[in-house]
Design a protein around this ligand. Structure first.
Ligand code: KE4
Length: 428
């Protein structure tokens, strides 16, 4: 029963475009009415009709230790009483920057912003200012936020709604964004050769999470590193999703490949609005006020967001076993889903790394946007609702990764696997 959600959604559409403040929340690709949440605790969400859900979105990544994690809540309450914003530098920002630098060794300077979009937008501007070049390469199905340069063949909501060309993005901007298939190093080499000396940056999700979860092929990231070294191109890892989720050092630590610039979001704010971009001093020194690449933000380094993120990152740094616990839980879930999907007997693929996982109803490996889009995503919509009706909250799109939180118990995982078995039986 979701009466209150239905009423709220009707009311919301009278004052908010589509009734939501971010398109993927609208359930448009899976159909039906979005569920309005009232509260959450640990691994569980509670909607406005009193239904409980086991959460596999984790607010699209941030809630890695579960919702309303006590130390973060207490820190926010304490610091909010001092003021929620100063518009002046604070020690909290210095402590946060020092903590991130201690966890990601190749980041020598870091700038805080208020979203992943801002982080990626600023990183691209910096790469262009540093190199004096205009073009960037991004991969089809990757999503780096909604800045104009990135809305070319993007993933996440842009893919979910199959928006081929986003109105409002000028041809001039779009022409400076080159795209090719993820995991296709030859295609990257061809683009670089065709645009010799014109490419400022290659930006990639080191592990893609915006077309489902898709891993880099062996050698792909190192291949990008080599190309960038040879061509003086800035390599940007968009770790808004993977940063501090896959490991304390993110995908850079997992794959042993170092980018020139790295962007962060989600986990570093513990659910508060935070993004960041950082990298080598020689590049970051071009950012104002040191250099002329201008970037700014009224609420950048906001004290409440800083103390929330600092509290969470400190826990992750001091307890690296959290990552192995998350991996073990995700592998357990993967094994259970594999069992029920094999019994179901139709084509499927599960992609997983660390606590990122996604199920694709596909008879071929899902390794790039084309193969993700070729999956039976209509069937995913039915699976999504069958799971939702059984109290399992998956991302409402086949073009998203699921995120596990460490508050999940093995009982929750067993309940999820059971719900999947029943859902697959229901959808036939
Ligand atoms: P935000 O501006 O939404 O904080 O971050 C943009 C962004 C940048 N880079 C990556 C790899 C991302 O995944 C994101 C945002 N992720 C989506 C989920 N796929 C946010 C959910 C939403 O758009 O509501």
């Amino acid at each position: 029963m979701t009466t209150n959600s239905i009423e709220l959604f009707e009311r919301a559409q009278r004052s908010i475009p589509g009734g939501v403040n971010s398109p993927v929340r609208a359930f448009k690709s899976v159909g039906g009415t979005p569920v309005f949440m009232k509260s959450a605790k640990g691994a569980y969400l509670y909607d406005v009709d009193g239904n409980r859900y086991i959460d596999y979105i984790a607010s699209w990544g941030p809630m890695i230790l579960g919702h309303a994690w006590e130390p973060t809540v207490r820190a926010i309450q304490q610091y909010a009483a001092y003021s929620t914003s100063y518009g002046a530098p604070t020690e909290l920002e210095v402590k946060m920057a020092e903590l991130i630098l201690s966890m990601v060794p190749n980041v020598e300077l870091i700038r805080m912003v208020s979203s992943g979009t801002e982080a990626c937008m600023s990183a691209i501007r910096l790469a262009r200012g540093y190199t004096g070049r205009n073009k960037i390469i991004k991969f089809e199905g990757h999503y780096h936020g909604h800045a104009d340069s990135f809305l070319v063949k993007a993933g996440s909501g842009v893919a979910t709604f199959n928006i081929q060309a986003v109105p409002g993005v000028t041809a001039g901007v779009a022409n400076d964004t080159l795209t090719c298939a993820y995991n296709n190093l030859d295609a990257v080499k061809q683009l670089v050769a065709e645009n010799k000396g014109e490419i400022a940056a290659i930006i990639t999700e080191p592990v893609a999470g915006n077309m489902g979860c898709i891993l880099p092929h062996d050698g792909f990231l190192q291949g990008l590193r080599t190309i960038c070294d040879q061509e003086d191109i800035v390599l940007i890892f968009d770790e808004v999703m993977t940063g501090f989720r896959l490991a304390a050092g993110g995908a850079q630590e997992v794959y042993g490949v170092r980018a020139d610039l790295v962007t962060y979001g989600k986990v570093i704010g513990a659910g508060m609005p935070v993004g960041a971009f950082g990298g080598s001093r020689k590049i970051m020194e071009h950012i104002a006020p040191l250099g002329s690449v201008y970037q700014a933000g009224t609420l950048s380094g906001n004290p409440i967001a800083m103390i929330a993120g600092y509290t969470l990152l400190t826990e992750l740094k001091n307890n690296p076993s959290i990552y192995s616990e998350l991996e073990e839980k995700t592998v357990y879930l993967k094994k259970g889903l594999n069992t029920v999907l094999q019994e179901w007997g139709k084509p499927y693929v599960i992609n997983q790394l660390g606590s990122m996982i996604s199920v694709h109803f596909s008879g071929q490996p899902v390794t790039d946007f084309a193969s993700a889009a070729a999956a039976n995503n209509q069937l995913f919509s039915h699976f999504f609702h069958a799971m939702l009706n059984r109290g399992i909250y998956l991302p409402p799109s086949a073009f998203e990764s699921y995120f596990l939180n460490n508050a999940l118990t093995y009982k929750d995982l067993d309940q999820t696997i059971k719900a999947a078995e029943e859902s697959l039986h229901e959808i036939g």
